[in-house]
Design a protein around this ligand. Structure first.
Ligand code: ADP
Ligand code: MG
Length: 147
């Protein structure tokens, strides 16, 4: 049972700025780790708007859900979707290294976002042909109630 939920719809580039602001405000209200996680959520939103809407999507939906122990965000668009690189989810693969290598190579202006989303979340799931991305960040679980 979610303790809080928000759905944001973006149907044009103009709404995007407002959507970013409301996602940020919601995350700050519901998650101590919001600043870090927000980077990942921003990137997913940016991808849906730039690549999704740039390739046929006319709507982007952002769903933010606060559960007891985690915050879950899904970002979906109805564009062409994409196939993520297989190494993104490869066990033991150095994703952070890939991201840095990508950032250091001046010829590779693009392609860091997916690695960054993975690094800034506790769980990243890219559904099907990449029209939907789920990001999960666990809430700080250091609080115990056993006294
Ligand atoms: N929502 C999306 N719709 C279509 N293609 C996408 C979407 N998200 C990502 N992609 C594809 O995956 C690639 C990698 O994404 P990313 O790592 O964020 O790099 P960048 O956004 O800088 O190109 C993009 O260049 C694009 O081709
Ligand atoms: Mg990107």
């Amino acid at each position: 049972m979610p303790s809080a939920q928000k759905v944001i719809k973006v149907t044009g580039q103009k709404e995007y700025e407002d959507a970013r602001k409301s996602a940020r405000t919601w995350l700050l209200d519901h998650l101590a780790e919001a600043p870090q996680f927000e980077m990942a959520v921003n990137e997913a939103m940016n991808n849906a708007v730039v690549h999704g809407m740039g390739h046929g999507a006319d709507i982007v939906m952002i769903e933010l859900t606060a559960l007891q122990s985690e915050v879950k965000v899904t970002v979906s668009d109805n564009g062409i979707g994409f196939e993520p690189p297989a190494s993104l989810f490869e066990e033991g693969h150095d994703q952070a290294g890939d991201m840095l290598q990508c950032a250091a190579n001046e010829m590779w202006e693009r392609g860091r976002g997916l690695w960054m989303m993975k690094a800034m979340s506790d769980h990243l799931h890219i559904h099907g042909r990449g029209n939907k991305v789920t990001l999960i960040k666990y809430k700080n679980s250091s609080f115990t109630n056993d006294s």
